[in-house]
Design a protein around this ligand. Sequence first.
Ligand code: SAM
Ligand code: SF4
Length: 342
Amino acid sequence: MADGLLPARAPLIDAFGRQVSYLRLSVTDRCDLRCTYCMAEHMQFLPKKDLLTLDELEQVASAFIARGVRKIRITGGEPLVRKDILALFERLGKQLGHGLDELTLTTNGTLLSQYAGHLKRCGIERVNVSLDSLDPEAFQAITRRGDLHKVLDGVDAALEAGLKVKINTVALKHDNADSIPDMIEWAHSKGMEMTLIEVMPLGDTGEDRIDQYIPLPMIRDQLETRWTLSDLSDQRVNAGPSRYVRISETGGKLGFITPLTNNFCAGCNRVRVTCTGRIYMCLGQDDHVDLRAALRDSAMPEVALNEALDKALFRKPEKHDFAIKRRGDRPALPRHMSVTGG
Ligand code: SAM
Ligand code: SF4
């Protein structure tokens, strides 16, 4: 018995023996940007009543923590556009050191200069900022509306607040492939890690994925004509889908997330919960279980929630099967990354 009152909860172990210790929790499908690889220009957002309330988000997060989840990443859509979001960080921050080891977020950075200090005070140590270009015009084209300077100010505010910042960059064949070395130099000169991501076929964005997609091994080859890249083999560093290198000349770390050219599903330790409470056991598959129904329709929500988690874990698939297709072909998966939570 935990605490002498509640029965100890079984850890979340799937049919392949993998233990889930990492939750990505989406708090909204809305965003102030419309990145061309993520959303359509005219997105239909969900009615607010469909979203998990703050209490429900906390209940879900707490159920995962009770079952062995040690790290939670808050995501979206853009998590910082949700009005009551700081209250969620405050509440979950109190669970740090009590089952939860790390609370973090992925953000586009546009609102970071406003929130960085508060996030740090909630116990957040690290943030991932998604940024695909340092050129104001290219940034505006990729995001279909963004102001680069707000993001750069946000990054500086986060660093000043004492947060560790990692820059996530989706490699795009025409929009940024040539300027990736400059971005790496910029990130490393500020002491930030950077991770490159291959564009994934999630949702119809009105753009041709084949026009966007560039395999990361190609980028790595280009980087190696200029710098010395040494693979970091440390297992802890390489937990999750990123594979890291150190660049001798910049001294910084660079990650590669290559769901298309190489997948690392065998060691997958994560699940995703959408802002409507659906748990997706794999980013690249459509199977899901409805946790909101368990919370809202049951007389014993805690029991129903744990039963739903058991059902979900049992169905976690072995791996994804992404493939890049032309515009007009159905995307591999109909749901957008902004709905699942990246
Ligand atoms: N709005 C926040 C942000 O941009 O960081 C959080 C949500 S966003 C969906 C999370 C991450 O997913 C971002 O790093 C974004 O670049 C990435 N992403 C979105 N759509 C993607 C796609 N189709 N393929 C690869 N990465 C994608
Ligand atoms: Fe918004 Fe993030 Fe998707 Fe860009 S990647 S549209 S910032 S949710």
